[in-house]
Design a protein. Structure first.
Length: 257
């Protein structure tokens, strides 16, 4: 390890920020690219999933909301994919030559990954089953995304933090749209179907946070790429998601605490 690299490591550990690929250490670059790839893959896979349910919306307003989610998630991915391109990623091939709509069988166990080349969060490997199911998933996963994006707002790679600052309000609005959609479904007598979907998606969203404590987590914290453990993030989601279900008068799954 060179003296310059040591200087950068110390700088990052003390809360320093990096602004371009030229002065990024090798390990830092690898971890940053993993984080950005997970974000891009998840946004593109999420958009592909919602594209399939646009016409399942029970009305024009609902279809517009679903189409908006597809558009904005795709645009969110593009913002971060451009940053990956600055590190040498083949962005055109990356975005256009991958089966974003592929899913596992619906009864596959929570936490299952499809393959090592697909960095999407594991919850996005499962298919949506109709409109109600899509809205439930959007609420629970949207709350998880809000928690996860808060980590990236303070990323030591400044261009990534700035991109997430633009993305975060959109994602929050997607979550709000889901809550509004569920209120309407419940008012129309759909509580039982909503609770079934909550029971299905709850453990799958929970698994998307990964292992609670890991050596990699400590390294990411030292590099300023993360500030909280996966366990802390999951706990934050459990609290927010549980409160959202309570507000809607829905059942908390047994694992909700």
């Amino acid at each position: 390890m060179t003296e310059d690299t040591m200087d950068i490591t110390d700088y990052l550990a003390q809360g320093g920020r990096l602004t371009n690929p030229a002065n990024v250490p090798t390990r830092y670059r690898a971890e940053l690219m993993k984080i950005m790839a997970t974000f891009v893959d998840s946004e593109l896979a999420g958009a592909a999933g919602f594209a399939d349910v646009i016409n399942a919306g029970p009305g024009i307003k609902e279809r517009i909301a679903a189409a908006r989610i597809v558009l904005e998630k795709t645009d969110n991915a593009d913002k971060v994919l451009k940053l990956m391109g600055e590190f040498g990623a083949n962005t055109e091939r990356y975005a256009n030559h991958h089966p974003w709509a592929d899913r596992l069988p619906r009864d596959t166990a929570p936490g299952t990954a499809r393959n090592a080349h697909d960095m999407r969060l594991s919850v996005l490997n499962y298919p949506l089953d109709g409109w109600t199911d899509a809205v439930v998933m959007n609420l629970l996963m949207g709350l998880a995304v809000d928690v996860q994006l808060a980590e990236f707002l303070t990323s030591s790679y400044q261009p990534f933090a700035e991109a997430i600052r633009e993305v975060a309000p959109r994602e929050t609005r997607h979550t709000e749209l889901a809550a509004e959609g569920l209120e309407k479904l419940i008012a129309e007598g759909g509580t039982e179907a909503v609770n079934r979907s909550v029971a299905y998606w709850w453990p799958r969203v929970s698994e998307s946070f990964g292992a609670g404590v890991s050596p990699r987590g400590a390294a990411l914290k030292a590099m300023g790429l993360r500030s909280r453990s996966n366990a802390d993030l999951r706990d934050a989601w459990l609290q927010r998601a549980g409160a959202a279900l309570d507000k809607l008068g829905l059942d908390r799954p047994p694992t909700a605490g």
